[in-house]
Design a binder for this molecule. Structure first.
Ligand code: KG4
Ligand code: ZN
Length: 344
């Protein structure tokens, strides 16, 4: 039996992309502090994350972010059981800042070090929601972010089976690229979510790749969004400028295609594997149309994190760390960053 009762206080650090984040988590489920310094404004002018700029900003603010997380938690370093940090996947220069900070703290404060997979962090963001005590396995978990679109069967803590993934663009990446071509502010995901509110999802019917042909044996649970992005680009190309485009209808039509694909594949997996519930995590799980469609379509409970825990944060890293820590996992001080770290 797993000892999920062990009490822990974990300082977690997350710098895999463009958020510098630190949090203190108690027992894997309670947020004592959760500080996120976003770089969105810094990258907006480039229309995407500029890796070197991201690393530099992490270096500038990491100390202040960690100090603030400790201050808000009203704890001293002696009260901690462990320092956890995202070790991958992510941008190598960004990851290095968090990992080196965590190593420095582990050495100077004599604390165990634990490297956490960023995707596992997103999965564990659901343990920070109010009804975590009700979670039972098996679960089907969809992780939809800027870098990943992965469907997992989770049969216990730390036990995953990858059912399917995107063959090309991640869902969030497609939102960001389509947002750019519709002339919407960066990042595209929240902008399309907002623009689609005033549009019709049926004016333009965009393809539902790997869905329309029916669930075929090879790609039952896989996704593909690059053809959909091209279809939107072709339609948008009919107008001489972004100001002439029916942006709301294009955004709503694109969003409907992504949502339907994500929902139908997740529903099929939940049914096939007898899931007790469906979890949706990652930045795109903040999407309102996706949340509504999941809740409506699924016959088992659907859990999504509160909006602030959908996008990158360190609280989720602390939650994932707890469930690794109580199973005895620790990392050595020579732990390296792993930009392409696989969950399984
Ligand atoms: O998880 P996350 O913060 O970072 C990665 O690990 O990638 O996800 C960021 C992604 C971006 O692509 C962003 O556009 C998307 O999540 N996103 C959304 C929404 N909010 C954030 N996509 C659709 N609708 C939203 N409301
Ligand atoms: Zn993420």
């Amino acid at each position: 039996m797993e000892t999920t009762q062990q009490s822990t206080r974990i300082l977690a650090i997350e710098t895999s992309c463009d958020e510098t984040a630190a949090a203190v988590i108690a027992d894997g489920t309670k947020i004592l502090s959760n500080v996120v310094a976003s770089q969105i404004d810094l990258h907006a002018r480039y229309g995407g994350v500029f890796p070197e700029v991201a690393s530099r900003r992490h270096v500038e603010v990491i100390h202040a972010v960690v100090e603030e997380a400790m201050r808000q938690a009203h704890l001293g370093f002696d009260d901690l059981d462990c320092v956890a940090v995202t070790r991958g996947p992510g941008l190598v220069g960004s990851l290095l800042v968090g990992v080196n900070m965590a190593k420095g703290l582990a050495v100077s404060r004599n604390l165990p070090l634990l490297g956490v997979n960023h995707i596992e962090g997103h999965i564990y963001s659901l343990w920070l929601a109010e009804d975590a005590a009700d979670i039972t396995f098996p679960l089907v978990t969809l992780v939809v972010s800027g870098g990943h679109t992965d469907l997992y069967l989770m049969t216990g803590h730390g036990r995953y089976q990858l059912l399917g993934a995107t063959l090309d663009d991640a869902a969030g990446e497609a939102f960001d690229k389509v947002g750019r071509l519709l002339g919407l502010p960066y990042p595209g995901g929240p902008s399309i979510d907002k623009a689609a509110e005033h549009g019709s999802p049926t004016t333009f019917r965009f393809p539902r790749p790997l869905l329309e042909k029916g669930l075929d044996a090879d790609h039952d649970y896989d996704f593909s969004f690059s053809g959909l992005k091209t279809a939107v680009m072709r339609q948008a190309g009919q107008y001489h400028s972004t100001s002439a485009m029916p942006v709301a209808d294009l955004a709503a039509g694109f969003q409907a295609a992504v949502v339907e694909t994500l929902v139908e594949k997740t529903a099929a997996a939940a049914e096939a594997f007898g899931a007790t519930a469906v979890h949706v995590a990652g930045g795109v799980s903040a999407n309102r149309a996706l949340r509504a469609a999941m809740a409506e379509r699924l016959s088992v409970p659907v859990r999504v994190p509160p909006p602030a825990l959908c996008t990158d944060n360190a609280a989720m890293i602390g939650a994932a760390a707890h469930f690794n820590f109580i199973r005895g996992r620790r990392d050595a001080l020579d732990m390296d960053v792993t930009p392409n770290l696989q969950l399984i």
